[in-house]
Write a protein that binds this ligand. Structure first.
Ligand code: NAD
Ligand code: MG
Length: 362
């Protein structure tokens, strides 16, 4: 089992990673849940792993969350909060989130606000949540105006990443999570990207050691960035590579599973790379290399690859302007200097972005 520490002073915490990590961490998990605590679990995951859950926690109250993005709603936030209170969860107790990013975000927001904040333990079960959403303390629900627009920063006390959970994950979800892994290489580590070019097959076949390596590398990079810039005043925004273009696609496709978050991020990264080339900031060869790798594993890199997707450039730009990085009406994009080096580009001219989007649609 590997351990990555997120260095946040008195709120520092460990990420435990490996095959069998959930049962191996039983002692730490029981200590964190000594005071009245409860588990919030994705319904599908609970159906598959209720036996394992009982072996680790015994008779702890379990609140079930329906599977899917629609669970990140005000309605579910209210229901789960009421049920946590009814279960007697105290401020010194923990909310244990068992599931993917949806469960972590919703349960995390409940923990952030329950009795003005109780402990949170993350047990992520999708690749996306294991490499990204379970670490860093962002919690949220979706609103009519857009995704993740109401939420809080609330760091977990422990993250337990058991790669065994991934055995039951649908291949399309695994691949979507892999897009976020590629993101870490593309934004900050060319040698990790090169490793992925050689080993994507073993990762996507869920070979234990390959999974542990990519999750540890991703979490180490995320932990480092979060420790430096917890509230996204600067460098943390780099983790949004591919997300501004990607969110526009996701918003337009409607979060119903038509385009998964990771798929949108893959396409968004390819677009960010091409935009960087168009602005004379990066070399064509680097954008090509990124696109080639994403396409080689079956991730989308072109708008045209999305079935029945026909949003206008204006519509896409409208979605991009909902981004949390928009300041005083101007767009901030994460662009690339080369593979392995992204940077924050403020004040992007909307007309230039619009022109680019028109070309991308052609
Ligand atoms: P998800 O939580 O919806 O899980 C995807 C699907 O896989 C669901 O149907 C779920 O029931 C199923 N599932 C989960 N684990 C399984 C397992 N082990 N075996 C079989 N099925 C399993 O989606 P996700 O991709 O994990 O997360 C996406 C969410 O994460 C989005 O809402 C996104 O906004 C959020 N997110 C948050 C952050 C953050 O920093 N907080 C970062 C990235 C993404
Ligand atoms: Mg993401």
């Amino acid at each position: 089992m590997s351990k990555v520490r997120v260095g946040l002073g008195d709120r520092a915490y460990d990420i435990l990673i490996g095959s069998g990590a959930f049962q191996a961490a039983a002692g730490a998990l029981r200590t964190l849940t000594e005071k009245p605590s409860a588990i919030v679990a994705d319904e599908t995951v609970l159906g598959l792993y209720d036996g394992v859950l009982e072996a680790v926690f015994g008779e702890m109250p379990i609140i079930t969350l329906p599977s899917g993005e629609s669970a990140k709603s005000f309605a579910e936030y209210a229901r789960v909060s009421e049920e946590l209170l009814a279960a007697g969860v105290e401020r010194g107790g923990s909310v244990v989130a068992l599931g993917g990013g949806v469960t972590g975000d919703l349960a995390g927001f409940c923990a952030a606000t329950l009795r003005r904040g109780c402990k949170l333990v993350m047990v992520p079960t999708t690749l996306l949540s294991q490499v990204d959403s379970s670490v860093g303390g962002k919690t949220a629900v979706n609103t009519r105006a857009g995704k993740n627009l109401v939420g809080a920063f609330h760091q977990p006390s422990l993250v337990v990443i058991d790669t065994d959970f991934l055995a039951s994950l649908p291949p399309r979800e695994l691949l979507a999570g892999y897009a976020e892994v590629v993101k870490y290489g593309a934004l900050g580590d060319e040698s990790f990207f090169a490793w992925l070019e050689r080993h994507s097959g073993t990762v996507l076949a869920c070979e234990e050691e390959a999974l542990r390596h990519v999750i540890e590398t991703s979490c180490r990079m995320k932990a480092e960035v979060v420790a430096e810039d917890e509230r996204e005043a600067g460098r943390r925004a780099l983790l949004n590579l591919g997300h501004t273009f990607g969110h526009a696609v996701e918003a337009e496709a409607g979060y119903g599973g038509g385009v998964l978050h990771g798929e949108a991020v893959a396409l968004g990264m390819a677009m960010a790379a091409r935009f960087s080339v168009a602005r004379g900031l990066a070399a064509q060869a680097d954008a090509d290399r990124l696109e080639r790798h994403l396409a080689s594993v079956g991730l989308p890199t072109r708008l045209a690859a999305l079935n029945g997707f026909d949003a206008s450039a204006e519509t896409l730009l409208g979605h991009m302007m909902q981004d949390k990085k928009v300041e005083g009406g101007t767009l901030t994009l994460i662009l690339m200097r080369r593979l392995g080096e992204a940077f924050v580009a403020k004040d992007q001219d909307q007309r230039v972005v619009l022109e680019f989007l028109e070309k991308e649609r052609a």
